[in-house]
Design a protein around this ligand. Sequence first.
Ligand code: KG4
Ligand code: ZN
Length: 341
Amino acid sequence: MSLLAIETSCDETSVAVVQTGRVLSNVVSSQVQLHAEYGGVVPELATREHLRNLAPVTRTALREANVVAAQLDAVAATRGPGLPSALMIGFKSAQAMAFALHKPFLGVHHHEAHLYSPWIAGSPPAADFSSFLPNVSLVVSGGHTMLVHVEAELKHRLLGCTVDDAAGECFDKTAKLIGLTYPGGPALEKLAEGGNSRAFAFPRPMLHEANDDFSFSGLKTSVRYCLRDHPEILSDGHGLRDLCASVQAAIVEVLVTKAVRAAGRLNVGCLTASGGVTCNLALRNGLAAACQKSGILLRLAERRLCTDNAGIIGVLAERKLSRGQSASPLDTEIAANWALA
Ligand code: KG4
Ligand code: ZN
């Protein structure tokens, strides 16, 4: 099956062509620089950019895959969650394309696509569901932090999620407090290199609570108070590196501890992680060390597949259609607040 997938849930316009599990092309046009000026994503600007970029990105994806539209067997798009107007561009365009080609269309849950992204590997990337194992999955993106029990392929149950800020939001908001540009996560990680992660004792929210939920807004607030009481840190290179390393360590410790604990409690021998924050090397290393200690197999999404891209949408859509899931009606609407069950 050859399937074209579109992702426009936030600030990346992405189109991919997937053929029997292989990602033939995965073009991502990022709007990061556009939004950096405003310190966060401006929905109206994101929508206009998607409108401007979608046709050229689609053409490039088809050309790179060496596939013409008439050869497609299906079209898919992210249905939610995300920014409503941004989602609408990709979703409605994909439906129009499916209608014109007389091919099935499937709307995909953005987090469900992250959830299965650790099973895509190699160059060019290909889905490897033959090695699939029941797992506990940590999904950490800009707006969401969740733990999910994936009992079988395409069968999962939400264990817990953030009750306020997501881990990515905590990285971004902390980065903003120290003057880094949006999205601050990668910049904060860079500054944290060489810093002393024990220099500041930031809180580990909900670490010891007997549930699978997270909360990161208190951590961000304690960084704000720390900088209010010690503004000199902002102009001290060492101090700033130590602060970043300490914040990162607090976020990573909570994510790693709660993910490994959930796997142990459920007696699940495999842990996976995905979403933008999984690009973070301290998190990747922290998960690797904890899993090794607990005898848990770890599968991390490849870094280029952690941030938003249509490749992960396409792989999941193709898997669902090939396993008999029925296509979505062409008048289906977006679901901007679609919660993962
Ligand atoms: O999954 P994603 O691309 O978009 C959403 O679906 O939200 O995740 C974006 C988030 C941002 O908060 C960004 O700062 C964070 O992932 N991020 C990182 C790193 N790379 C991206 N956070 C920490 N360290 C990184 N290296
Ligand atoms: Zn995402």
